[in-house]
Design a protein around this ligand. Structure first.
Ligand SMILES: NC(=O)c1ccc[n+]([C@@H]2O[C@H](COP(=O)([O-])OP(=O)(O)OC[C@H]3O[C@@H](n4cnc5c(N)ncnc54)[C@H](O)[C@@H]3O)[C@@H](O)[C@H]2O)c1
Length: 318
């Protein structure tokens, strides 16, 4: 991993109270960098900000990126901007679709303008959802995707595609120094227990002895990256020289029914596994092609699936 002298650098992390963004912010705080966190707590947690606030180099601003974007005049220098503020779970797609579309469009626009004004480098956290329900497997960055523009997931998929287009336009038109990462399923401590994603669902059901609910017949696949592995890779991409999208994920692919069995085994749970109907537009296969990431960095996932599941379960048990 690139270890740089970050003492004199200032990072702005949009969405700092969230699962991935708070882990990323802590990664930079531990290296002595200054971090400014912005969040409106729509899906983030105050306890994550309490953890970050123990570092003297952390400043938090409670604000909405599209309706009350802060002036930030008090900060002389902003070197790197991470655009990570977006609700990302299927539960959110149903409950707050317009907030998702506005933060990925207007919120991203405000962050890009800030990067342009301050000469900061900008990284957009996009998603594997830009590939939709892919016809190509695994998915390389050159695949343009198969997205339903009016389906229940479109508020997220299409607004992230727009955020990518906006980022590339600022790069081409204003020469803003931009990066784009497409994040595949990530899991770990600080996820919300009830956010509807497969790992927190299964882990909490297993811990509580409830039925583990598989949607569909369990033959759909996913690949899971532990959050600290993702953060290391995001840092690598921020400090590489490629402006086009880079997939980040762990390419180990699991059938969802096997994930349920592994979680039962790792947590020694007596839960039963039950099947429920598959929601509309649920992707059948997901696995990143990470050749490009490997050509740019020495990325190698450090945390095994079983260890990551144990650490996630410990977090929920606390
Ligand atoms: N978790 C994953 O597996 C995954 C996969 C692909 C992409 N991503 C992307 O990574 C980023 C972080 O995802 P996460 O899973 O940590 O989600 P999260 O919901 O835990 O974090 C997002 C944070 O952004 C904040 N936020 C949302 N709208 C805001 C607004 N208008 N103004 C200010 N703050 C706002 C939320 O309150 C939250 O704290 C998102 O951009 C998401 O799309 C995540």
């Amino acid at each position: 991993m690139k270890r740089l002298d970050l003492n004199s650098k200032t990072f702005l992390v949009a969405g700092a109270a969230g699962f991935i963004p708070s882990t990323l912010a802590q990664f930079y705080l531990e290296q002595g960098a200054k971090v400014i966190g912005i969040d409106n707590f729509i899906t983030g947690s105050k306890s994550n900000i309490e953890i970050l606030s123990k570092y003297e180099n952390f400043t938090f601003i409670e604000a909405c990126l599209f309706s009350s974007f802060p002036a930030l005049d008090q900060f002389e220098q902003i070197d790197y901007i991470y655009s990570l503020a977006s609700p990302a779970s299927p539960v959110d797609f149903k409950q707050i679709p317009l907030e998702i579309m506005r933060v990925n469009s207007e919120g991203t626009l405000n962050l890009l303008n800030l990067a342009h004004q301050r000469g900061a480098r900008f990284l957009e956290a996009s998603t594997s959802e830009v590939y939709g329900d892919p016809e190509m497997h695994p998915q390389p960055e050159t695949y343009f995707g198969s997205v339903n523009p009016i389906g229940p997931r479109s508020c997220y998929d299409e607004s992230k595609r727009f955020a990518e287009a906006l980022t590339m336009s600022y790069h081409r038109h204003y020469s803003v120094d931009t990066r784009i990462v497409r994040i595949f399923n990530t899991y770990g401590p600080r996820m919300r227990a009830n956010d509807g994603r497969v790992i927190p669902n299964f882990v909490n059901q297993a811990i509580n002895g409830e039925d583990i609910t598989i949607y569909g017949d369990g033959t759909q696949t996913r690949s899971f990256c532990y959050v600290t592995d993702l953060v290391n890779a995001m840092h690598e991409v921020m400090f590489c020289h490629d402006h086009t999208p880079v997939n980040i994920g762990n390419p180990d692919e699991y059938l969802i029914r096997d994930v349920a069995e592994i979680i039962k085994m790792v947590l020694d749970s007596k839960s039963k596994i039950v099947m429920k109907p598959l929601p509309d537009d649920d992707p059948k296969k997901r696995r990143p092609d990470i050749s490009k990431l490997l050509s740019l960095s020495p990325f190698k996932p450090q945390v095994s699936f079983k260890d990551g599941l144990r650490q996630t379960a410990d977090y929920f048990l606390q």
